[in-house]
Design a binder for this molecule. Sequence first.
Ligand code: SAM
Ligand code: SF4
Length: 420
Amino acid sequence: MNYYMWTVGCQMNVADSRSLADGLERLGYVVAAKAEGADIIVLNSCVVRQSAENRVASKLGALKTIKKLRPHSTVALMGCMVGADVFELHERFPHVDMFMSPQSFKPLLDVAEKRMARATSFEYTASAMPPTAYVPIIGGCDNFCTYCIVPYRRGREKSRLVSEIVREVESLVARGSKEVTLLGQNVDSYGHDLPDKPDLADLLETLNNVDGLARLRFLTSHPKDMSNGLIGSIARLAKVCEHISLPFQAGDDEILVAMHRGYTIDQYRNLVERIRNVIPSAAISTDLIVGFPGETDSQFEKSYALLEELKFDMVHVAMYSPRPETYAARKLINDVPPDVKKERLDRVEVLQEKIVTGISAKLLGTTVEVLVEGSKKGRWYGRTRTDKLVFFDDERDLLGHLVEIEVKKTGPWSLQGTVI
Ligand code: SAM
Ligand code: SF4
């Protein structure tokens, strides 16, 4: 028996898909490369922007014929497309057998178990893990940024117990993972809902002691919640990488209020300064929305100027897209014309390419530590502690190894080098 899984969206979705795949493999299922012919077909969806939702809808549409040809296959939709009321989804996609909200895939495992029980016996061998893995530590979000659908689809914040997270990390390491990225929509608020209130710094301290684990990362941080204690822990703990994901979303205070972000640009600027003072080598990535309702040209120019000033290592820029249920979609007018949003997005991308070209160029001739994650077109690739992608050639099997690379060539999106 086999399963096919298609995942779009954030790292949290990737982590949820991995948990479900682990569950299915434990039941004896093997992964299939295509939906055609698979016994179980799962689409893990994202609706954070309309464009993502459109991709899911077209993929779901394509499954109609597949289900017609194999009516006994089980088709399941999970992730943020599935809200509390699935009536409309049932109407639109009658060929889908199961709708499961994010992380609630137990019903599918029950069905899978029954199907397997009717089939032959099997022997389960835990598959080897890739060198890097995602581990969710807190689900949901309490922030209700006015543009964001996540709290409506993933619910309120719920932290996992430290002991449970440690067990999962140890099991990933036992199966070959060397680097773990801890996930949460707002990872800095980890633990506030647990009885003894551990925080993210405590969790990092504990995980830093896991034997065999080489690196720890976490994302996404919220500027209003990132504490000095956490910054100190990143600096102090050997396995925690100097890489922080800190979305600013807009460079104008009025827009930040309208977004309900809970900080001003001066506070954000001070936070970046504090991080860079304590961890001079820190790489900081960010998210930015252009064309939020009411964003004027001069308000956008402030976002642009902040990018020029702070020089981020990576910028995820998106055009504002109204999302059902959110405050912005209900109460604010989506008044920035699409061509203006696109022009702002293009300007950010051109600027950012120039900035990262400069940041990368400074690494020429230096030695960087790379965790080898795989090979592409005959070349090994991996990432530095600061999340820079590096390609190099070597005859040996280096998958999962930490290697020292001398950087010989730099570009905006990757580095190239040789093993020392
Ligand atoms: N929790 C993180 C934070 O506080 O920034 C990010 C999580 S959100 C799911 C991922 C990114 O999607 C956001 O940082 C934002 O830039 C973008 N995003 C969310 N809603 C959006 C919308 N309605 N239109 C455009 N981009 C959006
Ligand atoms: Fe969405 Fe804001 Fe929560 Fe991030 S912090 S998931 S942007 S509501």
